[in-house]
Design a protein. Structure first.
Length: 137
């Protein structure tokens, strides 16, 4: 594998982790939103990734990360009895998203560290290429 491929692989990982951070921040921002029906209630979203695989003669090798999409969580929504709330339904319940803040914080830290690691990989590859070019001087 060429050293130049490192930039493409790390670049795709950076894009994937950026999307992961964006979905996590969206989940956290909507964690306390209230709705009067389950159909209108925000549901936690998560990015789904897969390896980008290319055929090199007889071998298949992963050459990056691709985003398959964003899926909504199938966890049950939270309902809270609060008949005095203006968004309460006919039975006095308000409906809250299925966002788990602890999991979202852990996901945010994981995505952030993965992003940092890929930046370090790109920085190291750049230094290696620069040093290789300086060998000819």
């Amino acid at each position: 594998m060429s050293l130049f491929n490192v930039f493409g692989i790390s670049g795709s990982a950076l894009q994937a982790q950026t999307l992961r951070l964006n979905t996590t921040s969206s989940n956290m921002a909507n964690a306390n939103s209230v709705s009067s029906s389950t159909g209108e209630t925000y549901r936690a979203r998560h990015a789904v990734f897969a390896p980008m695989i290319k055929d090199f003669s007889d071998e298949k090798k992963a050459v990056g990360v691709r985003v398959l999409g964003i899926v909504e969580s199938n966890r049950p929504l939270r309902s809270e009895y609060n008949p005095s709330h203006p968004m309460a339904d006919d039975e006095g319940y308000i409906h809250l998203p299925n966002v788990n803040m602890i999991e979202e914080m852990a996901d945010m830290i994981s995505a952030s560290r993965s992003y940092q690691s890929n930046i370090e990989v790109m920085t190291t590859a750049k230094k290696m290429l620069t040093r290789t070019l300086q060998l000819g001087k």
